[in-house]
Design a protein around this ligand. Sequence first.
Ligand code: SAM
Length: 274
Amino acid sequence: MIRTGFIGGALGYHLLRHFGRHAAQGDPCDGGAYRDRSKLEAMFGPGIWTAVAGKVVIDFGCGVGKEAIEFAQHGARQVIGIDIREKMLTLARAAAETAGVSDRCLFCTHINEQADVIISLDAFEHFDDPEKILKIMRGLVKPTGCVYIAFGPTWFHPLGGHLFSVFPWAHLIFTEKAFIRWRSDFKSDGATRFCEVEGGLNQMTIHRFRKILARSEFETQSFEAVPIRRVRRLSKWLPREFFTSIVRCKLVPSATPLGPLGHYEENVQVCAQS
Ligand SMILES: C[S@@+](CC[C@H](N)C(=O)[O-])C[C@H]1O[C@@H](n2cnc3c(N)ncnc32)[C@H](O)[C@@H]1O
């Protein structure tokens, strides 16, 4: 884990109380920024709908299921949303019911069915063990299938600390201890580290993600670190870790044999139908 921050103690806590007074509201997974448009289309372009039509699709880290429902509405044969948080899955099941696609949507914590396409949106900076998730994905995707990943902001982005970025790069200035003390004033999940917050936060950098990909049982068909829009013209002179808004890539299974976690039988758990 990256150790950052130099302002801690009572000073750090009181500064955070001041700067973070509006930060306590809202869940970063409520999809607020994309309420009126498709995040999938913004991330992967309209071609994503052709890629999933008639296919079995897994949405890994599905949150409240908005994208899983969109896949079902755009002709996916079956969509399986996976998330570790039961309360997100419950909301997703209700949303699928309301949207009239519950017959094609399944929301659960684990699955043993292989898919043609796996999508993971804004979740790779949250997974507690992203390397293990890639292994699980390798076991869940058909040999002829593919994986689309897009996520951000990464850790060194101005808002890479998510809730902890009470102003740009604040998450690099204050100590983890000061942040956790401040956060416990309005969150009750008992987290004592960034990685323990509800929904997870793993301090993912572009460099680390590339290393994880290189060690994985996937070949990277495409990879893009998309610069923050405001600095796009200057981006080739700026450090990529600090000025990238999202990372996106497309992976295909490599020919290498699956490692222990790649055998999808090991991830079996019973799923509740939505
Ligand atoms: C920021 S939300 C993104 C939700 C949705 N994909 C979206 O784009 O709006 C990240 C989600 O990943 C889930 N998550 C974190 N760790 C996970 C894990 N190990 N397995 C499955 N889901 C996980 C969290 O519970 C959370 O709902």
